[in-house]
Ligand binder design. Structure first.
Ligand code: S3P
Length: 437
């Protein structure tokens, strides 16, 4: 992969109206469920980031015709629950944990073998969390000795059986992978989670005509239900909007409007956390895109103050902690994050990567096993390493709004996994960003 460096000059502020690209979680699921449905579905607002393109390529490799009618507009010709074909080669899912964990569940239930591979980061990430429950359902999956990809999946002789599974982690990827397997497994498949995780799979399955028995922290399906084609309109991704929320929130005097942002309650932890830090965020024009709530977010800059982040908010803000760490660095006093050990097994070890970068900027940021203690202060300039993690890169880019000298951020090519066009959009809103490489 080519080296990409962001150089972001200090100063500036965000203003105007911004529409960030489509939601990553919903875009993956739209391709998956539309592929498994009977009939044609159209997807509008699809995220053309590399992660979702990996999912699209994988389904094409299994015989699904997907027409890209315009940049973000797809027509998916569903093949039905039993219409996928054996791929000719290993399916390369790049950097995408969501593709890998959800597709492991789906592919474990097919009557053909498949192999899932990924890039260096994805090949380090834990897969036992999805492989264990699927094996309990009868799946035949081989991993490396470290329980990582490549994953070699064989057709299970006699098919899968439903289970009632208590997941040790609050993970929508695990829950969703099991539910997809459950569409094929004999009888009922149920998942319980320690904290409720995002529920896009449950909502979208319903939109495709599947009965799902779900409540916060629990979801179940019964097999044998066909999926009916359904059009999907994808909201703007609250996780991508977060970098703009952050930028507006940390510069007093800014005012920014973010349009069409998904505000599914399992994703809005970041709004709650920033508000508790003193941020001024209004939800305007609340409405629905299909089964998903959306709103326009108005963010005004104010002085922020440090807080103890309530651990019950962690699952609902799990992808937003890199940005929350930057908010903490710009706030008065100390912010303490606990109960967030999952951050260590994301695209990078996000606790370490953020604390290293913040320290390089002159901020006191103490990494803890399950979180961090960050004391707000003056940010100098520095070179920071994003560790190839899109969200680390974008968080430090926005931090430059409050830095005293430029911030140089290394290894930023993976910003394209979730947010193609980030640098241009951020520049148009007021960030002084230059992209090298
Ligand atoms: C996702 C679930 C989350 C999140 C990831 C997307 C999904 O992961 O971090 O970016 O689309 O299901 P976990 O399920 O591992 O928490």
């Amino acid at each position: 992969m080519s080296e990409v460096t962001f150089i972001v000059h200090p100063g500036g502020s965000f203003s105007g109206t911004v529409r960030v690209p489509g939601d990553k979680s919903i875009s993956h699921r739209a391709v998956m469920l539309a592929s498994l449905a009977e009939g044609q579905s159209e997807v509008r607002g699809f995220l053309t980031g590399e992660d979702c393109l990996s999912t699209m390529k994988a389904f094409r490799a299994m015989g699904v015709r997907i027409d890209q009618l315009a940049e973000t507009h797809l027509r998916v010709h569903g093949v039905g629950l039993h219409g996928l074909r054996e791929p000719a080669q290993a399916l390369d899912l790049g950097n995408s944990g969501t593709s890998m964990r959800l597709m492991t569940g789906l592919l474990a239930a097919q009557n053909f073998p498949s192999t899932l591979i990924g890039d260096e980061s994805l090949s380090r990430r834990p897969m036992r969390r999805i492989v264990d429950p699927l094996r309990q359902m009868g799946a035949q999956i081989e991993t490396t000795a470290r329980n990582t990809a490549p994953l070699r999946i064989q057709a299970a002789a006699g098919g899968l059986g439903g289970i009632s599974y208590k997941s040790p982690v609050a993970s929508a990827q695990v829950k969703s992978g099991i539910l997809l397997a459950g569409l094929y497994a004999k009888g009922r498949t149920e998942v319980f989670e320690p904290e409720p995780s995002r529920d896009h799979t449950e909502r979208m399955l319903r939109a495709f005509g599947v009965q799902v028995d779900a409540a916060p922290g629990r979801a179940a399906v019964v097999s044998g239900q066909a999926l009916r084609a359904s059009d999907v309109e994808v909201p703007a991704d609250i996780s991508s909007a977060t970098f703009f929320m952050l930028g507006a929130a940390i510069v007093p005097g800014s005012e920014l409007l973010l349009s069409d942002v998904g505000i599914n309650p399992t994703r809005t932890g970041v709004i709650e956390i920033l508000r508790r830090m003193g941020a001024d965020i209004d939800l305007l024009n609340q409405r629905h895109f299909g089964g998903e709530p959306v709103a326009d977010l108005r963010v005004r800059g104010r002085r922020l103050h440090g807080i103890d982040v309530d651990h019950v908010l962690v699952a609902n803000a799990i992808d937003e902690f890199p940005a929350i760490f930057v908010a903490a660095a710009c706030a008065r006093g100390e912010t303490v994050v606990t109960g967030a050990a999952e951050l260590r097994v994301k695209e990078s070890d996000r606790i370490q990567a953020m604390c290293d970068g913040l320290q390089a900027l002159g901020i006191s940021a103490l990494a803890q096993p399950d979180g961090a203690r960050i004391t707000g202060g003056r940010m100098q300039g520095a070179t920071v390493d994003s560790k190839g993690d899109h969200r680390i890169a974008m968080s430090f880019a926005v931090a430059a709004l409050r830095a005293e000298q430029p911030i140089r951020i290394l290894d930023c090519a993976n910003v394209n996994t979730s947010f193609p066009g980030f640098a241009d959009l951020a520049a148009s809103a007021g960030l002084n960003i230059v992209v090298q490489g």
